[in-house]
Design a protein around this ligand. Structure first.
Ligand SMILES: [Zn+2]
Length: 177
């Protein structure tokens, strides 16, 4: 399953100074999420694909699904577990963000915040599973992401919210007053 939140990881090595800068260092995003996003864009996280050849782990299989090699493209792209988390978030967003036209600047910025929070949560869940050998249900992780994002955006979304964005924002559960 490939969902919208899983897109946009590759390409940074071909065009190292281009458009994804805003995707990661958006002022609305939580800084620690931006940092992990930056590391993902550079494929700099210590995934098992990197650690296994060095003898630092016993397998290169994904911690979350144990089906494929654990590289960046898999963890944040094709992993069954992270895909399920992304699917819950996309149902929540209720917006076709793969289509660049027709969405407002506010919607794009909210999407960036959610995608960074999603990447951060997947990486944290992966680490927790590796260390504690416990993997939580994808719905619990998705709900935590929603709470984190709502809390953040309630502080950073400028008021008053534009009329065109207000219904969508309210449906996501944000406070508009
Ligand atoms: Zn996986």
């Amino acid at each position: 399953m490939v969902t919208l939140l899983l897109l946009g990881i590759s390409g940074c090595r071909v065009h190292p100074h281009v458009h994804w800068y805003k995707d990661v260092w958006d002022g609305w995003a939580i800084p620690k999420h931006s940092l992990i996003g930056w590391l993902i864009k550079h494929e700099a996280l210590n995934t098992r694909v990197k650690l296994f050849p060095l003898g630092l782990c016993t397998t290169n299989r994904c911690v979350l699904c144990e089906k494929e090699e654990e590289g960046h493209g898999h963890l944040f792209g094709s992993c069954d577990y992270s895909s399920k988390v992304a699917a819950v978030l996309e149902d929540w967003l209720d917006i076709k963000l793969s289509i660049a036209t027709g969405i407002s600047k506010t919607q794009k910025k909210v999407y960036r915040v959610i995608r960074l929070a999603f990447w951060y949560a997947v990486w944290m869940e992966r680490n927790n599973c590796r260390i504690n050998l416990q993997l939580r249900r994808h719905g619990i992780v998705a709900d935590e992401i929603k709470i984190t994002v709502k809390s953040r955006l309630n502080h950073v979304i400028p008021r008053p919210i534009l009329v065109g964005d207000k219904d969508w924002i309210v449906n996501l559960g944000f406070c508009c007053t």
